[in-house]
Design a protein around this ligand. Structure first.
Ligand SMILES: *Cc1c(COP(=O)(O)O)cnc(C)c1O
Length: 223
């Protein structure tokens, strides 16, 4: 299929998932993960309706943002970020999805020139290969994050195991949404915690059913 047809199919599937979940379409944003393609294909995707772009590598993020500087899109950094690269990229992002350690938070606090919208990455599935805080850690981590004036914690981000069955994936997404609500109700000043970044090409309908507000979709656009 053409890129445009793929994009239409993704957007249609997202709106169907929203209807099924009983949420307005405007409550779910699609982040087009463009890490697989160059700027010209990314531009085609913007023309096909993409409003939010996601990249997971600092060099490619910066390159694309420069090449596509005239486009009115939001820029999401979705990959794990090494501390030494924070200064290169953090002031260029609209959203950072992978806050996964206190050391990284301290570096962001130091380098940011404004409060940066961040998602706390949580390792709900407890896979060793996955980044993110363990749920049990958060009790100690949140009071520390609450002291960082240059970090605005807009929500949680998680990734489901690649090969899990739908029931397991649903349970992980439901748990993430419950955790988001718990933190939101704690009422920390820099933690609006209204957003949930979860769902990729394989599982985004399940994520929307569980309350995702940002889905990060790559492969489905380019197959
Ligand atoms: C690559 C990537 C995605 C998109 O995955 P697809 O399976 O290609 O849709 C989403 N989130 C993160 C963090 C990624 O690195």
């Amino acid at each position: 299929m053409t890129l445009k047809a793929n994009a239409q199919q993704v957007f249609d599937k997202v709106s169907q998932a929203c209807q099924a979940a009983g949420v307005p379409e405007s409550s779910v944003k699609v982040i087009a993960v463009t890490k697989y393609v160059d700027s010209s294909i990314t531009k085609e995707l913007i023309d096909a309706g993409a409003t939010d772009l996601g990249e997971n590598r600092v060099d490619r993020f910066l390159e694309k943002k420069t090449q596509l500087k005239d486009e009115h899109v939001k820029w999401h950094f979705i990959g794990s970020l090494q501390r030494r690269k924070v200064k290169d990229v953090i002031n260029e992002v609209d959203y950072f999805h992978a806050l996964d350690s206190l050391k990284l938070a301290a570096e962001i606090q130091k380098r940011a020139n404004r409060p940066i919208k961040c998602f706390i990455q949580v390792n709900i599935s407890k896979e060793e290969s996955k980044h993110g805080f363990q749920v049990e850690e958060l009790e100690l981590v949140l009071p520390e994050l609450a002291t960082y004036t240059n970090i605005e914690l807009v929500g949680l981000m998680t990734m489901a195991p690649f090969d899990a069955d739908p029931t397991t994936i649903k349970a992980i997404f439901d748990q993430t949404e419950a955790l988001r609500q718990t933190i939101q109700h704690q009422g920390w000043a820099n933690m609006p915690m209204t957003e949930l970044s979860m769902g990729m090409s394989q599982d985004y309908p399940l994520a929307i059913a569980a309350g995702a507000t940002y889905v990060r979709i790559g492969t489905a656009f380019f197959k």
